[in-house]
Design a binder for this molecule. Structure first.
Ligand SMILES: Cc1ncc(COP(=O)(O)O)c(C=O)c1O
Length: 383
């Protein structure tokens, strides 16, 4: 069948190939502990499914593209508590069906495929920035990250920034767990505005962080965008904060004109969470205690695994927030294979783009007990 050539070129989502091998090993009786996909297994706090069930209506009707008022208000109120920003729930918040579809589809609202426009993002990075850009007809222009894996305003040439219709940043960063500092965020806002490019900040891991490294939590681009957040959009998600990956609920927040354009786009595609999911999400954004409990669990997993790699002389880089540990190794493909044979499934850094070679990514998804079990297998496989 003739396909969109972009679909052909992208091929399979690379982690799927590793997962297939893991399934084969499991079927052969190997005890597999899977750190490859960022889908945590801690139960969703009970008040969230309760809110969902209570909101299932007798008559089912289409959800509104702009989302329910209760949800937009709950998100704005969360952003006020968490970041001290004043967001208008009526014009600056767009609930989404998870943040992945929003990251993928939002370039469709802003890219002119007949103009020579690009989308800039850091590499290694979340693969959807590239995929969304390509399907929208933009050129892709990744900037290779290294060192501390933070994409800064000083990275990239003037020509790159002025050609860019949008620049993606991600903080806390997938795959490295790096965090962009407040000064760096302010500089990015300034350079994006000077270059007339949209700054898109993926902050879906904002509430998963090491408290010692980030007292009060990593900052948001919204804190530096000023009233109205001109030219700036931040992306949030219930997935990791609240253990709601299966619910599909997130939000885009920022520039009201950009949100209005996205609303027009999304009315065309009919992409919106069901109302009962939105009511569950409204409850989740309204509570911070469960997010703190989850944060402590991920910190425990990191504290369990970090010494295993360090005892082997391997450096754990960035990795102070988000769901991931980013470990420096001599050869990421070889190390992935060695670990896989021992039942430990990780992702080679190169799967997240150029610049990821020589690193492993571990998604802190297995339980604390499984992480403890994994320590000896990791040490044995890599020593
Ligand atoms: C950086 C980043 N952004 C966005 C997402 C999408 O998350 P969701 O669609 O569950 O909100 C992910 C998921 O792993 C991610 O790693």
């Amino acid at each position: 069948m003739k396909l969109n050539p972009i679909l052909d070129q992208l091929g399979a989502y690379p982690i799927a190939m590793i997962q297939e091998r893991a399934h084969t090993l499991a079927s052969q009786g190997v005890n597999v502990i899977d750190f490859s996909i960022g889908d945590p297994r801690e139960p969703t706090p009970q008040f969230i499914p309760d809110a969902l069930k209570a909101a299932v209506p007798e008559v089912s009707q289409y959800p509104l593209t702009g989302g329910r008022t209760e949800l937009r208000e709950s998100i704005a109120s969360y952003l006020g508590r968490r970041f001290g920003v004043d967001i208008d729930p009526g014009t600056q918040v767009m609930p989404t069906s998870g943040s992945k579809e929003a990251v993928f589809s939002s370039p469709l609202a802003f890219i002119d495929r007949d103009a020579d426009q690009s989308v800039v993002y850091g590499s290694p990075g979340y693969p959807i920035y590239e995929r969304g850009a390509l399907f929208a007809g933009a050129q892709v222009d990744p900037i290779t990250l290294s060192g501390d894996f933070v994409l800064r305003a000083g990275d990239g040439s003037d020509e790159q920034w002025s050609r860019a219709r949008m620049v993606w940043i991600c903080t806390p960063h997938n795959p490295t767990g790096a965090v962009t500092s407040p000064t760096e965020l302010a500089d990015l806002v300034e350079r994006a505005r000077d270059s007339d490019t949209l700054l898109m900040s993926d902050e879906c891991y904002a509430d998963v962080y090491e408290e010692d490294a980030h007292p009060g939590g990593p900052g948001s681009v919204l804190q530096h965008a000023g009233p109205g957040a001109e030219g700036v959009l931040a992306f949030f998600s219930c997935s990791k904060r609240s253990g709601m990956t299966g619910y599909r609920s997130g939000a885009m927040v920022g520039d009201a004109d950009a949100i209005a354009a996205l609303k027009r786009l999304r009315t065309a595609t009919g992409t919106a969470s069901p109302d009962f999911v939105q009511m569950a999400a409204a409850a989740a954004w309204g509570d911070d205690a469960h997010a703190a409990e989850r944060r402590a669990i991920f910190a425990k997993k990191r504290a369990t695994l970090r010494p295993a790699f360090e005892s082997l002389g391997m450096k754990v880089v960035a990795s102070t927030a988000g769901l991931y540990m980013w470990v420096s190794v001599a050869d990421d493909l070889a190390a992935t294979d060695q670990l896989l044979e021992a039942g430990i499934v990780v992702s080679p850094g190169r799967f997240f783009g150029g610049g990821g070679e020589g690193y492993l990514r571990l998604a802190l998804v297995p339980t604390v007990a499984e992480c403890e079990q994994a320590v000896s297998a990791i040490k044995e496989a890599l020593s």
